[in-house]
Design a protein around this ligand. Structure first.
Ligand code: URA
Length: 220
Protein backbone atom coordinates (compact mmCIF):
# COMPACT_ATOMS: atom_id res chain seq x y z
CA UNK A 1 0.00 0.00 0.00
CA UNK A 2 1.48 3.37 -0.90
CA UNK A 3 1.46 6.17 1.67
CA UNK A 4 -1.82 7.99 1.82
CA UNK A 5 -3.87 5.10 0.48
CA UNK A 6 -4.50 3.78 3.95
CA UNK A 7 -7.66 3.97 5.95
CA UNK A 8 -6.44 6.91 8.02
CA UNK A 9 -5.61 7.03 11.70
CA UNK A 10 -5.34 9.67 14.40
CA UNK A 11 -2.14 11.01 12.81
CA UNK A 12 -3.13 10.96 9.14
CA UNK A 13 -6.46 11.84 7.51
CA UNK A 14 -8.18 9.30 5.29
CA UNK A 15 -7.66 9.52 1.56
CA UNK A 16 -11.16 10.95 1.20
CA UNK A 17 -11.15 13.14 4.30
CA UNK A 18 -14.33 15.24 4.00
CA UNK A 19 -13.42 17.96 6.55
CA UNK A 20 -12.86 20.99 4.28
CA UNK A 21 -15.43 21.58 1.57
CA UNK A 22 -13.19 23.83 -0.55
CA UNK A 23 -10.23 21.43 -0.38
CA UNK A 24 -12.41 18.43 -1.21
CA UNK A 25 -13.72 20.23 -4.31
CA UNK A 26 -10.18 21.11 -5.31
CA UNK A 27 -9.09 17.48 -4.74
CA UNK A 28 -11.87 16.14 -6.96
CA UNK A 29 -11.09 18.65 -9.71
CA UNK A 30 -7.43 17.60 -9.58
CA UNK A 31 -8.36 13.90 -9.60
CA UNK A 32 -10.34 14.32 -12.78
CA UNK A 33 -7.62 16.41 -14.47
CA UNK A 34 -4.68 14.31 -13.29
CA UNK A 35 -5.97 10.81 -12.49
CA UNK A 36 -2.45 9.39 -12.05
CA UNK A 37 -1.53 11.78 -9.25
CA UNK A 38 -1.79 11.14 -5.51
CA UNK A 39 -4.54 13.81 -5.11
CA UNK A 40 -5.24 13.08 -1.43
CA UNK A 41 -4.07 14.18 2.01
CA UNK A 42 -0.30 13.71 2.19
CA UNK A 43 0.83 11.66 5.21
CA UNK A 44 3.90 12.49 7.28
CA UNK A 45 7.24 11.05 6.20
CA UNK A 46 9.91 9.63 8.50
CA UNK A 47 10.28 7.56 11.66
CA UNK A 48 7.83 8.20 14.49
CA UNK A 49 10.65 7.86 17.03
CA UNK A 50 12.53 10.80 15.52
CA UNK A 51 13.67 13.61 17.82
CA UNK A 52 13.06 16.29 15.17
CA UNK A 53 9.74 17.13 13.57
CA UNK A 54 9.61 19.55 10.64
CA UNK A 55 6.27 21.23 10.03
CA UNK A 56 5.66 22.66 6.55
CA UNK A 57 2.64 24.54 5.29
CA UNK A 58 0.73 22.35 2.84
CA UNK A 59 1.44 20.15 -0.20
CA UNK A 60 2.15 21.92 -3.48
CA UNK A 61 -0.22 21.08 -6.33
CA UNK A 62 2.39 19.56 -8.65
CA UNK A 63 4.72 18.45 -5.88
CA UNK A 64 3.58 16.59 -2.77
CA UNK A 65 -0.02 16.48 -4.02
CA UNK A 66 1.25 14.71 -7.14
CA UNK A 67 3.82 12.41 -5.51
CA UNK A 68 2.22 11.77 -2.10
CA UNK A 69 5.35 12.52 -0.02
CA UNK A 70 5.86 15.87 1.77
CA UNK A 71 7.94 18.38 -0.23
CA UNK A 72 8.67 15.73 -2.87
CA UNK A 73 8.60 17.27 -6.33
CA UNK A 74 8.00 20.70 -4.84
CA UNK A 75 10.58 23.41 -5.50
CA UNK A 76 10.88 23.84 -1.73
CA UNK A 77 11.90 20.19 -1.44
CA UNK A 78 15.17 20.74 -3.31
CA UNK A 79 16.64 22.93 -0.57
CA UNK A 80 14.95 21.01 2.24
CA UNK A 81 16.16 17.55 1.24
CA UNK A 82 19.63 18.85 0.30
CA UNK A 83 19.95 20.39 3.76
CA UNK A 84 18.58 17.31 5.52
CA UNK A 85 21.13 15.18 3.69
CA UNK A 86 23.98 17.55 4.59
CA UNK A 87 23.05 17.42 8.28
CA UNK A 88 22.58 13.64 8.36
CA UNK A 89 18.79 13.71 8.71
CA UNK A 90 18.29 12.09 5.29
CA UNK A 91 20.17 9.13 3.85
CA UNK A 92 20.27 8.29 0.16
CA UNK A 93 19.73 10.41 -2.90
CA UNK A 94 16.70 12.66 -3.24
CA UNK A 95 15.25 12.29 -6.73
CA UNK A 96 11.93 14.09 -6.25
CA UNK A 97 10.22 10.72 -6.37
CA UNK A 98 8.76 8.77 -3.43
CA UNK A 99 10.38 5.65 -4.90
CA UNK A 100 13.87 7.16 -4.68
CA UNK A 101 14.64 5.15 -1.54
CA UNK A 102 15.50 8.23 0.51
CA UNK A 103 15.21 7.54 4.24
CA UNK A 104 14.88 10.10 6.98
CA UNK A 105 16.94 9.56 10.11
CA UNK A 106 15.91 11.03 13.49
CA UNK A 107 13.59 13.38 11.59
CA UNK A 108 9.99 13.37 10.47
CA UNK A 109 8.31 15.82 8.06
CA UNK A 110 4.67 16.78 8.19
CA UNK A 111 2.47 19.68 7.05
CA UNK A 112 0.16 21.99 9.00
CA UNK A 113 -2.46 21.30 6.31
CA UNK A 114 -2.41 17.90 4.64
CA UNK A 115 -4.36 18.71 1.47
CA UNK A 116 -3.25 20.96 -1.34
CA UNK A 117 -5.00 24.33 -1.07
CA UNK A 118 -5.80 26.51 -4.09
CA UNK A 119 -2.93 28.96 -4.69
CA UNK A 120 -1.03 27.46 -1.76
CA UNK A 121 -3.19 29.43 0.66
CA UNK A 122 -5.16 27.49 3.26
CA UNK A 123 -7.83 29.44 5.12
CA UNK A 124 -7.73 29.78 8.92
CA UNK A 125 -10.70 27.38 9.12
CA UNK A 126 -8.85 24.75 7.05
CA UNK A 127 -5.74 25.11 9.20
CA UNK A 128 -7.91 24.60 12.27
CA UNK A 129 -9.67 21.55 10.83
CA UNK A 130 -6.34 19.89 10.10
CA UNK A 131 -4.82 20.72 13.50
CA UNK A 132 -5.97 17.49 15.22
CA UNK A 133 -3.67 15.55 12.87
CA UNK A 134 -0.72 17.72 13.84
CA UNK A 135 -1.65 17.32 17.50
CA UNK A 136 -1.90 13.53 17.15
CA UNK A 137 1.41 13.39 15.28
CA UNK A 138 3.21 15.37 17.96
CA UNK A 139 1.61 13.26 20.71
CA UNK A 140 2.67 10.05 18.95
CA UNK A 141 6.38 10.97 18.85
CA UNK A 142 7.86 9.54 22.07
CA UNK A 143 11.36 11.03 21.66
CA UNK A 144 10.40 14.43 20.22
CA UNK A 145 12.83 17.17 21.34
CA UNK A 146 12.77 19.79 18.57
CA UNK A 147 10.17 21.11 16.16
CA UNK A 148 11.24 23.15 13.15
CA UNK A 149 8.43 25.22 11.73
CA UNK A 150 8.72 26.50 8.18
CA UNK A 151 6.94 29.83 8.06
CA UNK A 152 4.48 31.66 10.23
CA UNK A 153 1.42 29.52 9.48
CA UNK A 154 3.22 26.38 10.66
CA UNK A 155 4.57 28.33 13.64
CA UNK A 156 1.13 29.55 14.73
CA UNK A 157 -0.59 26.23 14.15
CA UNK A 158 2.08 24.36 16.13
CA UNK A 159 1.81 26.76 19.07
CA UNK A 160 -2.00 26.49 19.04
CA UNK A 161 -1.68 22.70 18.91
CA UNK A 162 0.50 22.79 21.99
CA UNK A 163 -1.76 25.31 23.74
CA UNK A 164 0.94 27.98 23.90
CA UNK A 165 0.32 31.74 23.71
CA UNK A 166 1.31 33.16 20.34
CA UNK A 167 2.20 36.52 21.90
CA UNK A 168 4.74 34.80 24.14
CA UNK A 169 6.48 33.21 21.14
CA UNK A 170 6.68 35.65 18.21
CA UNK A 171 7.78 34.19 14.89
CA UNK A 172 11.26 35.22 13.75
CA UNK A 173 13.66 33.46 11.42
CA UNK A 174 16.32 31.70 13.50
CA UNK A 175 14.42 32.08 16.77
CA UNK A 176 14.40 29.30 19.35
CA UNK A 177 11.43 29.04 21.71
CA UNK A 178 11.60 26.94 24.85
CA UNK A 179 8.36 24.95 25.07
CA UNK A 180 9.32 22.75 28.00
CA UNK A 181 12.37 21.21 29.64
CA UNK A 182 12.75 18.80 26.73
CA UNK A 183 11.08 20.53 23.80
CA UNK A 184 12.23 23.51 21.73
CA UNK A 185 10.62 25.16 18.72
CA UNK A 186 12.83 26.57 15.96
CA UNK A 187 11.57 29.07 13.40
CA UNK A 188 12.66 29.37 9.79
CA UNK A 189 11.28 31.26 6.87
CA UNK A 190 9.63 28.78 4.55
CA UNK A 191 12.02 27.39 1.93
CA UNK A 192 9.57 28.28 -0.86
CA UNK A 193 10.56 29.29 -4.34
CA UNK A 194 9.40 32.86 -3.61
CA UNK A 195 11.49 33.17 -0.45
CA UNK A 196 14.63 31.69 -1.98
CA UNK A 197 14.32 33.61 -5.28
CA UNK A 198 13.85 36.92 -3.49
CA UNK A 199 16.75 36.23 -1.11
CA UNK A 200 14.51 36.39 1.94
CA UNK A 201 15.86 32.92 2.74
CA UNK A 202 19.34 31.98 1.57
CA UNK A 203 20.70 28.41 1.80
CA UNK A 204 23.14 29.70 4.45
CA UNK A 205 20.30 31.12 6.56
CA UNK A 206 18.46 27.82 6.30
CA UNK A 207 21.53 25.78 7.16
CA UNK A 208 22.28 27.88 10.19
CA UNK A 209 18.88 26.92 11.66
CA UNK A 210 19.76 23.25 11.13
CA UNK A 211 23.14 23.83 12.77
CA UNK A 212 21.33 25.19 15.86
CA UNK A 213 19.01 22.16 15.91
CA UNK A 214 21.95 19.78 15.59
CA UNK A 215 23.64 21.53 18.55
CA UNK A 216 20.43 21.33 20.56
CA UNK A 217 20.01 17.63 19.94
CA UNK A 218 23.67 16.97 20.71
CA UNK A 219 23.15 18.30 24.24
CA UNK A 220 20.20 16.01 25.02
N1 URA B 1 5.47 20.95 -0.02
C1 URA B 1 5.04 20.52 1.17
O1 URA B 1 4.78 19.33 1.36
N2 URA B 1 4.89 21.42 2.14
C2 URA B 1 5.17 22.71 1.99
O2 URA B 1 5.03 23.47 2.93
C3 URA B 1 5.63 23.14 0.72
C4 URA B 1 5.77 22.25 -0.26
Amino acid sequence: MSPGNGPGNACDPTRDCPSCFRLVEFRYASRSKFPDWHNAPVPSFGPINARLLIVGLAPGLKGANRTGRPFTGDYAGDLLYETLTEFGYAKGVYRADPEDGLKLSDCMITNAVRCVPPENKPTPAEIGKCRPYLAATIAAMPRLRAILVLGRIAHDSTLRTLDRRLAAHPFAHGARHELGPKLALFDSFHCSRYNTNTGRLTPEMFKSVFASIKDELATL
